[in-house]
Design a binder for this molecule. Structure first.
Ligand code: ZN
Ligand code: ZN
Length: 335
């Protein structure tokens, strides 16, 4: 099968992904083989490709927002039948027995493995997955609409829940990309006021089109203090801007797997943390998040903005994303 993989990490400007021919994987007992239709591109893919996250096998095939159809069934797997449309997300497996797994926090499991990082992912024609970590996709979404829901959407949803925001309250979204543009749609559905912060005018425009109540640049002072905030931009400076805009006693959630060190903004305890402000990071995602989010996304319905690229053009898509030239999500259309 064809895949876009990398053997060593490099800036995406150097086009590190190469088109390669690799064997179609064989599903082990309890697993299914999935013929991939679409795979969303996530910022985490770039962190992997550029070496912000360690490379764990080579060649690495990234991609963890996978939509495809079951094409083969391993021994003892009975959850799906051939032809079912399923999604595969960032969490690929967890031990199931540790204290974290026992309490439903498999996202924190020390032995958890992640799609595209620990095992081959969705920049390819086929992938295998444990049937317990694959999910039926609601009919109302096309393949390319559904793909960005699987990380940008699901992890955004987890962040939104953990922010504790209530109907009628104001939430600030910092960095208005693939994830924030989905979170906005959920927050508005819940009756929240949404403020969107982004350096790029095109991103602020998209936020306005989707119904943001106010938009501003990342360091802008919003018209009222925030009852909750989420940062999506992988920058410590942005964390401090967001804390300054946050009201007393409220929570900031950090949605980022890696973060660039502070360059511009000094830390000020009285301005940024005093008065019982809280900071919480979001790590990965659980199966429960996926199972709760997908029906909600269909009910709202969330309509992700996306731009499609052929699999072979993954380098181009990653470069355009890095330059901020894609509003919403980028999706590799595989079949
Ligand atoms: Zn992701
Ligand atoms: Zn575990």
């Amino acid at each position: 099968m064809k895949a876009m993989g990398f053997t060593s990490t490099a800036p995406v400007e150097e086009s590190p992904l190469q088109l390669m021919e690799v064997p179609v994987p064989v599903p082990r007992p309890g697993h299914v083989l999935v013929k991939i239709a679409a795979c969303g591109i996530c910022l985490t893919d770039r962190h992997q490709i550029e070496g912000d996250l360690p490379q764990k096998y080579s060649p690495t095939i990234p991609g963890h927002q996978i939509i495809g159809r079951v094409a083969g069934i391993g021994e003892g797997a009975s959850k799906f039948k051939v032809g079912d449309r399923v999604g595969i997300v960032w969490i690929y497996s967890a031990c199931g027995t540790c204290a974290y797994c026992q309490r439903g926090n498999e996202n924190l499991c020390d032995s958890a493995r992640f799609t595209g990082w620990d095992v081959p992912g969705g920049y390819a024609e086929y992938v295998v997955v444990d049937q317990g970590f694959a999910y039926l996709i609601p009919d109302r979404f096309s393949d390319s609409q559904a793909a960005p829901l699987l990380c940008a959407g699901v992890i955004g949803y987890r962040s939104l829940r953990l922010s504790g925001v209530q109907p009628g309250q104001t939430i600030g979204l910092y960095g208005f990309g693939a994830s924030a543009h989905i979170v906005l749609q959920v927050a508005r559905y819940w009756g929240c006021r949404v403020y969107a912060f982004d350096r790029k005018e095109s991103a602020r425009k998209l936020a306005e089109t989707l119904g943001a109540d106010w938009t501003g640049s990342i360091e802008a002072r919003p018209p009222r203090k925030l009852d909750a905030a989420i940062t999506f931009a992988p920058s410590e400076d942005v964390v401090l801007w967001a804390l300054e805009a946050l009201d007393k006693g409220q929570r900031l959630v950090l949605n980022a797997i890696a973060m660039a060190a502070r360059q511009e903004k000094p830390f000020s305890y009285p301005q940024q943390l005093w008065y019982e402000k809280e900071v919480k990071s979001v790590a990965n995602v659980t199966r429960q998040d996926v199972l709760k989010f997908l029906p909600l996304a269909a009910e709202i319905p969330i309509m992700p903005e996306f731009r499609e690229f052929p699999l072979q053009e993954a380098n181009t898509a990653l470069n355009l994303l890095k330059q901020g030239k894609i509003a919403g999500a980028a999706v590799l259309k595989v079949a």
